[in-house]
Design a protein around this ligand. Structure first.
Ligand SMILES: Nc1ncnc2c1ncn2[C@@H]1O[C@H](COP(=O)(O)OP(=O)(O)OP(=O)(O)O)[C@@H](O)[C@H]1O
Length: 241
């Protein structure tokens, strides 16, 4: 794929005592400046793929290339260093530090990575996600949707090559979830971000440019220009296999 930011090449992964392969020869690439959703039945390997692609875990075999660097075989602490500098994360449960203000949460990954935070840009992304004026608040004072906006600002603040989002709307009501998806879309269209999102929700996947389907640890097809109906139909077919 041209302009691939992340390439996963023939990756396998089995968990100790886990029985069948969680990933069984998966090859997939994610292009710069695009929004891709990963879907599949429960246990199909979505989280495992995301963890391997993001350098949170290492594959047993195969390659993972992130922005031209082979990370599948990197060991700690180099792997953590690459992850901190090049990858942003948005999790279902936000993973914010309650003891830190919004502002310090947003800057934390850059601090941990040992890079000087770009404060002007951090201010800009906080404004873009609709949290201008809330910089000094603690996450505990914010709603779920606002917390996820902080997590998105935190992910964007370090200008990572790619942002991985794991069920980012899973804990939110429909309307709030839609607002977060719109912000993810705007991050791609307006800021040139690259986003890979795991989701169970066809309506969420429809915000992406492309959907990759997994089943039994393998790629089971993909869909360009998805709509919620097309995604739901594909999911039914994939689940029935
Ligand atoms: N830490 C682990 N230890 C053992 N087995 C695991 C572990 N994590 C995942 N697995 C197994 O690997 C397979 C793939 O799991 P994975 O969590 O990647 O799937 P998923 O598609 O993300 O599922 P879900 O939609 O339920 O989150 C499953 O069979 C699961 O039971």
């Amino acid at each position: 794929m041209r302009n691939a930011v992340v390439e996963v090449l023939d990756v396998t992964k089995t968990y100790p005592g886990g029985g069948a392969r969680a990933l069984d020869g998966v090859s997939v690439a994610f292009a710069a400046g695009t929004f891709c959703a990963v879907m599949g039945p429960s246990g199909s390997g979505k989280s495992t793929l995301l963890h391997c692609a993001a350098g949170l875990d290492r594959p047993d075999t195969g390659r993972v290339v992130l922005a031209g660097e082979e990370i599948g075989t990197l060991r700690e602490p180099r792997l953590t260093q690459v992850r901190r500098r090049r990858v942003g994360f948005v999790f279902q449960s936000y993973h914010l530090m309650d003891s830190l203000s919004v502002w310090h949460n947003v800057l934390l990954p850059q601090r941990l990575a040992g890079v000087r935070p770009d404060r002007g840009w951090a201010k800009d992304v906080i404004r873009r996600v609709g949290l201008a004026g809330r910089e000094d608040d603690r996450p505990a004072r914010l709603s779920g949707g606002q917390r996820q906006r902080v997590a998105l600002a935190r992910a964007l603040a370090g200008r990572p090559e790619v942002i991985f989002a794991d069920e980012p709307t899973g804990a939110l009501d429909l309307a709030t979830g839609r607002e977060v998806l719109q912000l993810l879309r705007e991050a791609v269209d307006g800021l040139g971000a690259t986003i890979v999102m795991v989701t169970h929700d066809p309506a969420a996947a429809a915000w992406a440019d492309r959907v990759v389907f997994l089943a039994d640890g393998r790629v089971a097809g993909e869909l360009a220009a998805p709509t919620a109906d097309l995604v739901a139909a594909r999911m039914t077919a994939v689940s029935a296999r």
